[in-house]
Design a protein around this ligand. Structure first.
Ligand SMILES: NC(=O)c1ccc[n+]([C@@H]2O[C@H](COP(=O)([O-])OP(=O)(O)OC[C@H]3O[C@@H](n4cnc5c(N)ncnc54)[C@H](OP(=O)(O)O)[C@@H]3O)[C@@H](O)[C@H]2O)c1
Length: 305
Protein backbone atom coordinates (compact mmCIF):
# COMPACT_ATOMS: atom_id res chain seq x y z
CA UNK A 1 0.00 0.00 0.00
CA UNK A 2 1.02 3.65 -0.38
CA UNK A 3 1.99 5.39 2.86
CA UNK A 4 3.83 8.43 4.21
CA UNK A 5 6.73 7.44 6.47
CA UNK A 6 9.13 9.23 8.79
CA UNK A 7 12.53 7.85 9.84
CA UNK A 8 14.37 10.75 11.45
CA UNK A 9 13.00 12.92 14.26
CA UNK A 10 15.41 15.78 13.56
CA UNK A 11 14.10 16.08 9.99
CA UNK A 12 10.56 16.98 11.16
CA UNK A 13 7.80 17.19 8.54
CA UNK A 14 10.45 17.87 5.84
CA UNK A 15 11.65 14.29 6.38
CA UNK A 16 8.33 12.74 5.31
CA UNK A 17 8.42 10.50 2.24
CA UNK A 18 5.74 8.74 0.20
CA UNK A 19 6.61 5.07 -0.18
CA UNK A 20 5.24 1.50 -0.36
CA UNK A 21 4.63 -0.34 2.92
CA UNK A 22 3.08 -3.75 3.65
CA UNK A 23 -0.66 -3.62 4.34
CA UNK A 24 -1.13 -4.04 8.12
CA UNK A 25 -2.89 -7.05 9.66
CA UNK A 26 -5.72 -6.42 12.14
CA UNK A 27 -4.83 -7.94 15.55
CA UNK A 28 -7.39 -9.12 18.10
CA UNK A 29 -10.10 -6.49 18.71
CA UNK A 30 -8.74 -4.44 15.79
CA UNK A 31 -10.38 -3.40 12.58
CA UNK A 32 -8.50 -2.86 9.34
CA UNK A 33 -9.69 0.44 7.89
CA UNK A 34 -9.50 1.53 4.26
CA UNK A 35 -8.50 5.14 4.94
CA UNK A 36 -10.40 7.78 2.96
CA UNK A 37 -9.22 10.89 4.81
CA UNK A 38 -6.46 11.46 7.34
CA UNK A 39 -5.50 14.21 9.79
CA UNK A 40 -1.97 14.90 11.02
CA UNK A 41 -0.70 16.98 13.98
CA UNK A 42 2.86 18.34 13.53
CA UNK A 43 3.53 17.95 17.27
CA UNK A 44 3.39 14.16 17.00
CA UNK A 45 6.82 14.08 15.35
CA UNK A 46 8.37 15.28 18.62
CA UNK A 47 6.68 12.62 20.76
CA UNK A 48 8.52 9.37 21.65
CA UNK A 49 5.41 7.39 20.60
CA UNK A 50 6.12 8.22 16.95
CA UNK A 51 9.57 6.66 17.09
CA UNK A 52 9.32 3.74 19.52
CA UNK A 53 6.76 1.19 20.68
CA UNK A 54 5.51 1.04 24.28
CA UNK A 55 8.67 -0.78 25.35
CA UNK A 56 10.86 1.91 23.86
CA UNK A 57 11.99 -0.20 20.89
CA UNK A 58 12.66 1.58 17.61
CA UNK A 59 9.64 1.24 15.32
CA UNK A 60 10.81 3.34 12.38
CA UNK A 61 9.96 3.78 9.56
CA UNK A 62 6.75 5.00 11.22
CA UNK A 63 3.55 6.06 9.51
CA UNK A 64 2.34 9.30 11.15
CA UNK A 65 -1.21 10.75 11.24
CA UNK A 66 -3.67 9.54 13.88
CA UNK A 67 -7.04 10.90 12.82
CA UNK A 68 -9.01 9.07 10.18
CA UNK A 69 -12.28 8.63 8.41
CA UNK A 70 -12.75 5.55 6.26
CA UNK A 71 -14.44 2.21 5.77
CA UNK A 72 -13.89 -1.00 7.75
CA UNK A 73 -12.38 -3.59 5.39
CA UNK A 74 -11.59 -6.49 7.79
CA UNK A 75 -12.04 -7.49 11.44
CA UNK A 76 -9.37 -8.96 13.73
CA UNK A 77 -10.03 -12.04 15.85
CA UNK A 78 -12.81 -11.39 18.36
CA UNK A 79 -13.63 -7.88 17.11
CA UNK A 80 -17.24 -6.91 17.72
CA UNK A 81 -19.27 -3.73 17.51
CA UNK A 82 -18.23 -2.65 14.00
CA UNK A 83 -18.74 -4.47 10.72
CA UNK A 84 -17.04 -4.78 7.34
CA UNK A 85 -18.22 -2.01 5.02
CA UNK A 86 -19.12 0.37 7.86
CA UNK A 87 -18.07 4.05 7.65
CA UNK A 88 -16.03 5.02 10.72
CA UNK A 89 -13.92 7.84 12.11
CA UNK A 90 -11.69 8.29 15.13
CA UNK A 91 -8.34 8.68 16.80
CA UNK A 92 -5.75 5.89 16.53
CA UNK A 93 -3.06 4.72 18.96
CA UNK A 94 -0.04 7.06 19.00
CA UNK A 95 2.38 4.12 19.38
CA UNK A 96 1.23 2.27 16.23
CA UNK A 97 1.45 3.05 12.53
CA UNK A 98 -1.06 5.76 11.72
CA UNK A 99 -3.43 7.02 9.09
CA UNK A 100 -1.34 8.67 6.34
CA UNK A 101 -1.66 5.42 4.43
CA UNK A 102 -4.15 3.50 2.31
CA UNK A 103 -4.90 1.14 5.24
CA UNK A 104 -4.43 1.22 8.99
CA UNK A 105 -5.10 -1.31 11.76
CA UNK A 106 -6.73 0.20 14.84
CA UNK A 107 -8.56 -1.00 17.93
CA UNK A 108 -12.29 -0.99 17.16
CA UNK A 109 -13.04 0.81 20.44
CA UNK A 110 -11.05 3.85 19.20
CA UNK A 111 -13.54 4.41 16.39
CA UNK A 112 -17.17 5.48 16.07
CA UNK A 113 -19.62 5.08 13.19
CA UNK A 114 -19.45 8.02 10.76
CA UNK A 115 -22.99 9.00 9.76
CA UNK A 116 -23.65 8.73 6.01
CA UNK A 117 -24.32 12.46 5.66
CA UNK A 118 -20.88 13.47 7.03
CA UNK A 119 -18.10 13.64 4.47
CA UNK A 120 -14.90 11.69 5.13
CA UNK A 121 -12.93 14.96 5.00
CA UNK A 122 -15.06 16.42 7.80
CA UNK A 123 -14.86 13.16 9.78
CA UNK A 124 -11.05 13.18 9.70
CA UNK A 125 -10.94 16.79 10.92
CA UNK A 126 -12.91 16.13 14.10
CA UNK A 127 -11.23 13.57 16.38
CA UNK A 128 -8.36 15.50 17.99
CA UNK A 129 -9.89 18.96 18.18
CA UNK A 130 -13.36 17.67 19.05
CA UNK A 131 -12.33 15.10 21.67
CA UNK A 132 -9.79 17.45 23.26
CA UNK A 133 -12.40 20.18 23.59
CA UNK A 134 -15.03 17.76 24.94
CA UNK A 135 -12.72 16.12 27.48
CA UNK A 136 -11.22 19.42 28.68
CA UNK A 137 -14.58 21.12 29.11
CA UNK A 138 -16.81 18.35 30.42
CA UNK A 139 -14.55 15.70 32.01
CA UNK A 140 -11.70 17.78 33.40
CA UNK A 141 -13.31 21.24 33.58
CA UNK A 142 -16.79 20.01 34.63
CA UNK A 143 -18.32 23.09 33.04
CA UNK A 144 -21.90 23.98 33.98
CA UNK A 145 -24.47 26.37 32.52
CA UNK A 146 -23.99 29.91 33.78
CA UNK A 147 -20.26 29.57 34.38
CA UNK A 148 -17.67 31.82 32.76
CA UNK A 149 -15.02 30.17 30.58
CA UNK A 150 -11.85 31.83 29.31
CA UNK A 151 -10.80 30.08 26.08
CA UNK A 152 -7.28 30.84 24.87
CA UNK A 153 -6.66 30.52 21.13
CA UNK A 154 -10.42 30.65 20.60
CA UNK A 155 -10.13 30.83 16.80
CA UNK A 156 -7.76 27.85 16.56
CA UNK A 157 -8.41 24.16 16.02
CA UNK A 158 -9.14 23.17 19.63
CA UNK A 159 -10.20 26.62 20.87
CA UNK A 160 -12.91 27.02 18.25
CA UNK A 161 -14.43 23.68 19.32
CA UNK A 162 -14.18 24.64 23.00
CA UNK A 163 -15.86 27.97 22.30
CA UNK A 164 -18.78 26.37 20.45
CA UNK A 165 -19.31 23.54 22.94
CA UNK A 166 -19.05 25.82 25.97
CA UNK A 167 -21.52 28.29 24.51
CA UNK A 168 -23.95 25.49 23.70
CA UNK A 169 -23.60 24.22 27.28
CA UNK A 170 -24.77 27.62 28.53
CA UNK A 171 -21.43 29.05 29.60
CA UNK A 172 -20.35 32.69 29.12
CA UNK A 173 -17.31 32.43 26.85
CA UNK A 174 -14.45 34.92 26.73
CA UNK A 175 -12.14 34.08 23.85
CA UNK A 176 -8.53 35.18 23.38
CA UNK A 177 -6.02 35.17 20.56
CA UNK A 178 -4.32 37.52 18.16
CA UNK A 179 -5.96 40.75 16.97
CA UNK A 180 -6.90 39.13 13.65
CA UNK A 181 -8.77 36.31 15.44
CA UNK A 182 -11.43 38.53 17.05
CA UNK A 183 -14.13 38.16 14.36
CA UNK A 184 -13.70 34.38 14.13
CA UNK A 185 -13.80 33.89 17.91
CA UNK A 186 -17.00 35.94 18.22
CA UNK A 187 -18.53 34.01 15.30
CA UNK A 188 -17.78 30.73 17.10
CA UNK A 189 -19.79 32.00 20.07
CA UNK A 190 -17.47 33.99 22.34
CA UNK A 191 -19.27 36.92 24.02
CA UNK A 192 -16.06 38.88 24.53
CA UNK A 193 -12.58 38.71 23.06
CA UNK A 194 -9.18 39.66 24.47
CA UNK A 195 -6.49 40.46 21.92
CA UNK A 196 -3.47 39.03 23.74
CA UNK A 197 -1.08 41.18 21.71
CA UNK A 198 -2.67 44.57 22.48
CA UNK A 199 -5.04 44.17 25.44
CA UNK A 200 -4.63 43.21 29.08
CA UNK A 201 -5.66 39.66 29.93
CA UNK A 202 -6.19 40.54 33.59
CA UNK A 203 -9.04 42.91 32.64
CA UNK A 204 -11.38 39.92 32.26
CA UNK A 205 -11.50 39.61 36.07
CA UNK A 206 -12.33 36.21 37.60
CA UNK A 207 -13.59 33.18 35.65
CA UNK A 208 -14.76 29.69 36.63
CA UNK A 209 -12.74 27.84 34.02
CA UNK A 210 -9.69 28.58 31.89
CA UNK A 211 -9.05 26.36 28.85
CA UNK A 212 -5.42 26.98 27.93
CA UNK A 213 -3.98 25.86 24.59
CA UNK A 214 -1.00 28.27 24.68
CA UNK A 215 0.83 27.72 28.00
CA UNK A 216 3.98 29.63 29.01
CA UNK A 217 3.37 33.17 30.24
CA UNK A 218 -0.29 33.05 29.23
CA UNK A 219 -0.82 29.90 31.32
CA UNK A 220 1.05 31.49 34.22
CA UNK A 221 -1.07 34.64 34.21
CA UNK A 222 -4.29 32.67 33.72
CA UNK A 223 -3.92 30.83 37.03
CA UNK A 224 -4.55 34.12 38.84
CA UNK A 225 -7.87 34.57 37.00
CA UNK A 226 -9.47 31.36 38.29
CA UNK A 227 -12.12 31.98 40.93
CA UNK A 228 -12.25 29.95 44.16
CA UNK A 229 -13.38 26.42 43.29
CA UNK A 230 -12.59 26.91 39.61
CA UNK A 231 -10.26 25.04 37.26
CA UNK A 232 -7.36 25.74 34.93
CA UNK A 233 -7.34 23.08 32.20
CA UNK A 234 -4.22 22.95 30.03
CA UNK A 235 -3.44 21.00 26.88
CA UNK A 236 -0.06 22.71 26.51
CA UNK A 237 1.77 20.73 29.18
CA UNK A 238 1.77 21.08 32.97
CA UNK A 239 0.43 24.52 33.94
CA UNK A 240 3.29 26.83 34.99
CA UNK A 241 1.19 28.12 37.92
CA UNK A 242 -1.81 26.87 39.87
CA UNK A 243 -4.93 28.77 40.95
CA UNK A 244 -4.69 29.84 44.61
CA UNK A 245 -7.96 28.09 45.47
CA UNK A 246 -8.77 25.85 42.54
CA UNK A 247 -7.59 22.96 40.40
CA UNK A 248 -4.95 22.87 37.68
CA UNK A 249 -5.19 19.93 35.28
CA UNK A 250 -3.23 19.04 32.18
CA UNK A 251 -4.23 16.11 30.04
CA UNK A 252 -3.66 14.36 26.72
CA UNK A 253 -6.68 13.52 24.56
CA UNK A 254 -7.82 9.88 24.48
CA UNK A 255 -10.09 8.05 22.00
CA UNK A 256 -13.74 7.78 23.07
CA UNK A 257 -16.50 6.32 20.90
CA UNK A 258 -19.42 7.87 22.77
CA UNK A 259 -17.88 11.34 22.67
CA UNK A 260 -17.14 10.98 18.94
CA UNK A 261 -20.83 10.22 18.50
CA UNK A 262 -21.83 13.37 20.40
CA UNK A 263 -19.47 15.45 18.28
CA UNK A 264 -20.68 13.96 14.98
CA UNK A 265 -24.31 14.59 15.92
CA UNK A 266 -23.58 18.27 16.63
CA UNK A 267 -21.81 18.68 13.28
CA UNK A 268 -24.74 17.04 11.46
CA UNK A 269 -27.32 19.37 12.93
CA UNK A 270 -25.22 22.52 12.56
CA UNK A 271 -24.36 23.13 16.22
CA UNK A 272 -20.62 22.56 15.66
CA UNK A 273 -18.41 23.47 12.77
CA UNK A 274 -14.88 22.42 11.99
CA UNK A 275 -12.27 24.54 10.22
CA UNK A 276 -10.59 22.80 7.28
CA UNK A 277 -7.78 24.81 5.75
CA UNK A 278 -6.49 22.60 2.95
CA UNK A 279 -7.36 19.26 1.38
CA UNK A 280 -4.72 17.38 -0.64
CA UNK A 281 -4.38 13.88 -2.13
CA UNK A 282 -1.93 11.37 -0.62
CA UNK A 283 0.39 11.83 -3.60
CA UNK A 284 0.74 15.53 -2.66
CA UNK A 285 0.65 15.04 1.12
CA UNK A 286 4.32 15.77 1.79
CA UNK A 287 4.03 19.17 0.09
CA UNK A 288 0.69 19.92 1.77
CA UNK A 289 2.11 19.09 5.21
CA UNK A 290 5.15 21.30 4.53
CA UNK A 291 3.35 24.46 3.38
CA UNK A 292 5.38 27.50 2.31
CA UNK A 293 2.90 29.70 4.19
CA UNK A 294 0.96 28.95 7.38
CA UNK A 295 -2.49 27.50 6.65
CA UNK A 296 -5.34 28.46 8.99
CA UNK A 297 -7.42 25.40 9.77
CA UNK A 298 -6.75 21.70 9.55
CA UNK A 299 -4.96 20.16 6.57
CA UNK A 300 -6.72 16.95 5.57
CA UNK A 301 -5.14 14.35 3.33
CA UNK A 302 -7.76 12.78 1.10
CA UNK A 303 -6.25 9.30 0.72
CA UNK A 304 -9.04 8.15 -1.62
CA UNK A 305 -10.72 10.75 -3.82
N1 LIG B 1 -2.90 17.73 25.20
C1 LIG B 1 -3.61 17.36 24.16
O1 LIG B 1 -4.30 16.34 24.19
C2 LIG B 1 -3.64 18.22 22.92
C3 LIG B 1 -4.62 17.98 21.96
C4 LIG B 1 -4.68 18.82 20.84
C5 LIG B 1 -3.76 19.86 20.71
N2 LIG B 1 -2.78 20.03 21.66
C6 LIG B 1 -1.84 21.16 21.56
O2 LIG B 1 -2.58 22.34 21.81
C7 LIG B 1 -2.05 23.41 21.06
C8 LIG B 1 -3.14 24.07 20.25
O3 LIG B 1 -3.60 23.17 19.25
P1 LIG B 1 -4.54 23.69 18.08
O4 LIG B 1 -4.73 22.57 17.14
O5 LIG B 1 -5.75 24.35 18.64
O6 LIG B 1 -3.59 24.81 17.41
P2 LIG B 1 -4.00 26.05 16.51
O7 LIG B 1 -5.07 25.66 15.55
O8 LIG B 1 -2.72 26.60 15.98
O9 LIG B 1 -4.66 27.08 17.54
C9 LIG B 1 -3.94 27.83 18.48
C10 LIG B 1 -4.51 29.24 18.45
O10 LIG B 1 -3.90 30.01 19.48
C11 LIG B 1 -3.32 31.17 18.90
N3 LIG B 1 -2.12 31.53 19.65
C12 LIG B 1 -1.06 30.73 19.92
N4 LIG B 1 -0.15 31.42 20.65
C13 LIG B 1 -0.65 32.65 20.84
C14 LIG B 1 -0.19 33.80 21.51
N5 LIG B 1 0.99 33.82 22.15
N6 LIG B 1 -0.96 34.91 21.51
C15 LIG B 1 -2.15 34.90 20.86
N7 LIG B 1 -2.64 33.85 20.21
C16 LIG B 1 -1.91 32.72 20.20
C17 LIG B 1 -2.98 30.76 17.48
O11 LIG B 1 -2.80 31.86 16.65
P3 LIG B 1 -1.73 31.74 15.43
O12 LIG B 1 -2.24 30.65 14.55
O13 LIG B 1 -1.79 33.10 14.78
O14 LIG B 1 -0.41 31.43 16.06
C18 LIG B 1 -4.21 29.93 17.13
O15 LIG B 1 -5.31 30.74 16.77
C19 LIG B 1 -0.91 22.83 20.22
O16 LIG B 1 0.30 23.05 20.91
C20 LIG B 1 -1.23 21.34 20.20
O17 LIG B 1 -0.07 20.54 20.01
C21 LIG B 1 -2.72 19.24 22.77
Amino acid sequence: MKAIVVTDEAAGTAGMTLTERPQPQPAGNDVLVEVHASGFTPGELTWPSTWTDRLGRDRTPSIPGHELAGVVSALGYGTTGLSVGQRVFGLTDWTRDGTLAEYTAVEARNLAPLPGDLDFTVGASLPISGLTAWQGLFEHGRVRAGQSVLVHGAAGGVGSMVTQLAREAGAYVIGTGRAADRRAALDFGAREFVDLENETLEDVGGVDLVFDVIGGGIGQRSAGLVRAGGTLVSIAGPPPARPADGLAIDFVVVPDRAQLGEIAQRVRDGRLRTVIGDVAPLDDAVAALNPAERVKGKTIIRVRP
